[in-house]
Design a protein. Structure first.
Lengths: 164, 165
């Protein structure tokens, strides 16, 4: 009888155990839900995209730090966003009111540049948007870019799918 | 009495689950913060020189910058490096729109100053990844960092990172 009591005691299942198991199940369900949302509707198609990130008002002395072949990482999310294909450096301009012309004119800002970086990447298209490793990419999206030798923020100004 | 002792030290499946969960959490923390790398490569850290610029400061706020040259991260308080000799303080650059709409570079009319200098730090450069201060924290030119010394707070723009000779 005592033996039976001991056995019953050993496998007793109490409220705390139930709460722990429920918590684990809830976390697992949440994880499945999140990952299924990230994955879209399960009909993602693999594509190759090319996009341009424009970095503005970059000081001249650090405007040549990005190199072709560099890996681009979003420094906020740490997603790998592809590889640099080409770089274009243009004078940075700002709108300034010209008293002599009585209107706004675009003027060059000395020693500062726009750096336009063209990037190629493997992406997924789920019918409504493109994503690169989970990072949604589209024109107008702000990207906190991290290259091996440069940090800065810019905007995606063009995006298109490359032909296979 | 004996029975009580046995109950006290019983090791159940829940205990195993908790220990496993703690192990997974610890592994996650190590992977997230790159601590595994620093364990294996702590002895590979080399000395580098981080060139920086501090823009548009009131002259009084940078007067004592070089007196106590140890530099720390403002957010964590962790040691970053030591200012090297040769910090230069010059009139702050300013960009002014002229009546005809052109923008010209001039110096601050408000008496502000820019500071340029370099900080000796320890870190590791990984090919294709960049420079990691202390082997773990990524920094690069273009990055703006909130720092402090014993007598000055400042935001610096990193201009270059080179290996010290």
């Amino acid at each position: 009888m005592e033996n039976l009591n001991e056995k019953t005691k050993k496998f007793r299942f109490n409220a705390v155990d139930a709460i722990i198991i429920l918590a684990i199940v809830a976390v697992a369900c949440a994880a499945v839900l999140v990952f299924s949302m990230l994955g879209g509707d399960g009909q993602d198609s693999a594509v190759k995209v090319e996009y341009v990130v424009q970095l503005s008002q970059v000081r001249g002395e650090i405007s040549d730090k990005i190199k072709v072949g560099d890996t681009v990482i979003d420094s906020a999310s740490k997603y790998n966003l592809g590889t640099v294909k080409s770089i274009e450096k243009l004078p940075y301009t700002e709108a300034v009111f010209s008293e002599s012309e009585g209107t706004e004119v675009m003027s060059e800002y000395p020693e500062h540049y726009y750096v336009r970086v063209t990037v190629t990447a493997d992406a997924a298209y789920n019918g409504s948007y493109y994503s690169i490793g989970g990072f949604r990419i589209a024109t107008g999206v702000r990207i906190y870019t991290r290259f091996p030798d440069f940090l800065g923020e810019g905007y995606c100004i063009s995006l298109h799918e490359l032909e296979k | 009495m004996m029975k009580n002792k046995e109950n006290k030290f019983r090791f159940g499946i829940i205990d195993v689950a908790i220990i496993l969960a703690v192990c997974v959490l610890l592994a996650g923390v190590f992977v997230r913060y790159g601590l595994i790398d620093s364990w294996g490569g702590g002895d590979e850290l080399k000395e580098y020189s981080v060139s920086f610029m501090i823009l548009n400061k009131h002259p009084d706020s940078v007067d004592g910058l070089t007196q106590l040259p140890d530099v720390y991260y403002k957010d964590s308080g962790a040691y970053f490096g030591t200012l090297e000799a040769g910090v230069s303080i010059m009139p702050a650059e300013d960009f002014v729109a002229m009546p005809d709409g052109t923008i010209v570079k001039t110096t601050s009319s408000a008496g502000k100053v820019d500071v340029r200098g370099s900080i000796k730090v320890k870190g590791r450069y990984k090919d294709g990844e960049g420079f990691f201060h202390g082997g773990t924290t990524f920094i690069a030119p273009g990055g703006k960092m909130e720092m402090y010394t014993a007598n000055a707070d400042f935001t610096m723009l990193i201009l270059d990172i080179t290996e010290s000779n």
